[in-house]
Design a protein around this ligand. Structure first.
Ligand SMILES: Cc1cc2nc3c(=O)[nH]c(=O)nc-3n(C[C@H](O)[C@H](O)[C@H](O)COP(=O)(O)O)c2cc1C
Length: 190
């Protein structure tokens, strides 16, 4: 296989998408879209994630030390794309009629329409120059009860249809092109 060398980049390495749920200082729920999210092991499974630059989600996590990570599915994509392309600094960002619930173990907002919600507590904040890496304990996983059925994992995944992203493009569970960043949000009114 002939290769070419490129500067640091991650095209063709699809990532799973999550909406991070936090509470603002005044107690209002707040959501933003994130993909730099993976897993760690330290006697039990944990989560590592990175937030680049300053943004309300980061400020909220630094203050509260807890947040939710809600799996993005094809059904949620327009809303997720909006929450990733509209800054939380914009007043009224959250006025789009999300169905928001509460975590079972932690004081975090969760998206009721997402089939998997992690409730995360940050144990380590690693500050870099512009970004911050957070290591988290998984205090609870809320999962759609229908995912406990006898279907195969493949059938369940095809049903909930998580979205991945690479090269500024969203991909459906079957690899279908679901549009570039900033496109799916055109389907919702804000
Ligand atoms: C597909 C996609 C993935 C993103 N992933 C991340 C990420 O992993 N880390 C990050 O810092 N920002 C990421 N962003 C940018 C944030 O979603 C964006 O800064 C957003 O405004 C955050 O919400 P907030 O401003 O309400 O905090 C991503 C944006 C998109 C469109």
């Amino acid at each position: 296989m002939a290769k070419i060398s490129l500067p640091a980049y991650n095209d063709y390495c699809p990532q799973t998408l999550f909406l991070y749920g936090t509470y603002d200082e005044n107690g209002d729920p707040h959501f933003g879209l994130f993909c730099w999210f993976s897993y760690i092991w330290d006697g039990e499974m944990g989560v590592m994630c990175c937030i680049g630059g300053n943004k309300p989600t980061r400020t909220n996590i630094e203050r509260n030390k807890v947040f939710s990570a809600n799996l993005v599915t094809e059904k949620l994509l327009p809303v997720a794309d909006y929450l990733g392309n509209v800054s939380g600094e914009k007043s009224g960002k959250m006025d789009i009629g999300l169905d928001i619930g509460k975590g079972a173990a932690l004081d975090v907002p969760v998206l009721n329409d997402s089939p998997v919600n992690f409730e995360l507590e940050v144990t380590d904040f690693i500050q870099k120059h512009d970004g911050e890496i957070m290591l988290c304990k998984i205090r609870n996983v809320l999962q759609d009860e229908s995912l406990s059925s006898d279907e195969t994992v493949a059938d369940k995944l095809a049903r909930i249809a998580p979205v991945s992203t690479t090269a500024h493009t969203y991909l459906g569970y079957d690899g279908r092109d679901m549009g570039g960043w900033g496109e799916p949000m055109k389907a919702i009114k804000s």
